[in-house]
Design a protein around this ligand. Structure first.
Ligand code: ADP
Ligand code: MG
Length: 240
């Protein structure tokens, strides 16, 4: 038969908050193993789209499909079990807990015993924090905290990892470290990514494909070289 490698697809997805349409009939898809960046001006609906994919929000219309199954009405933890994991825009590392204690948080509901210990070690390794397991997370740099969160999301062994602004507020060296981390997880583990990011240099460095969201709708999709040089994309960023 006609087998496709589409991992995630949305069909006419819509999300209203009160009378306001934040996501407007969006058809968005992610292929297995691809690294897609999601860009667009503030308020475009990027975070909302990712939260609809994780099940944090329920859509007001349309459907979501993952690996051939409809997941529109599934609970967030069931979507995690299917292989969807997310690092949210708001940091969720607990400063008063150690690196290891933080790393245990996402996995404790999904694995126990040796399996849990292996995944916790994997999260710490994936974050580049081996040797710092017992320090309080509050002593980590902002970049290391972001890396810890990415490692924690990766420890759920997802096929699709959603990252909401993983390099916001980071310096060039920290951005570079995160770009390498994402690229490695994508190439070595075959994890597909959707990464929300504003910085076009960062997007150009990591992305295969780019989706531009504007006023809750898909405005453009294509390779970064096309998107970057598209005058209409430049105009929406200038707020015209
Ligand atoms: P982005 O991540 O692209 O900056 P968001 O997805 O956060 O945009 O928000 C899209 C629009 O939806 C914005 O106008 C925002 O104010 C609105 N919005 C987002 N979340 C909520 C919410 N929980 N309640 C009401 N309005 C919301
Ligand atoms: Mg956002």
């Amino acid at each position: 038969g006609d087998r496709t490698d589409t991992l995630l697809a949305t069909d006419g997805l819509e999300k209203q908050f009160g009378g306001f349409t934040a996501i407007d009939e969006v058809d968005f898809s992610v292929e297995a193993g691809e690294l897609r960046c999601l860009i667009g001006p503030n308020g475009a609906g990027k975070s909302t789209l990712l939260k609809l994919i994780t099940g944090t929000y329920a859509p007001t219309d349309g459907g979501l499909y993952y690996d051939g199954h409809e997941i529109t009405d599934e609970e967030p933890q069931d979507r995690v079990k299917r292989g969807i994991s997310m690092k949210f825009q708001v940091p969720s590392v607990y400063g008063e807990l150690t690196v290891r204690e933080n790393a245990r948080l996402p996995i404790q509901r999904f694995a126990d015993g040796d399996e849990r210990r292996r995944r916790v070690d994997e999260a710490i390794e994936a974050a580049g924090l081996a040797g710092s397991e017992d320090v309080d997370a509050s002593t980590l740099s902002h970049g290391q905290q972001q890396q810890l969160e990415i490692g924690m999301a990766a420890s759920l062994e997802p096929d699709l990892l959603l990252l909401d602004e993983p390099v916001a507020g980071l310096d060039v060296a920290e951005r570079e470290a995160i770009a390498e981390r994402i690229t490695r997880l994508n190439e070595e583990e075959g994890i597909a990514f959707v990464v929300i990011e504003h910085d076009t240099d960062f997007v150009a460095e990591i992305a295969d494909e780019v989706t531009v969201l504007h006023n809750g709708a898909v405005f453009r999709e294509g390779p970064i070289e096309e998107i970057e040089s598209d005058p209409a994309v430049q105009r929406i960023y200038l707020g015209e």
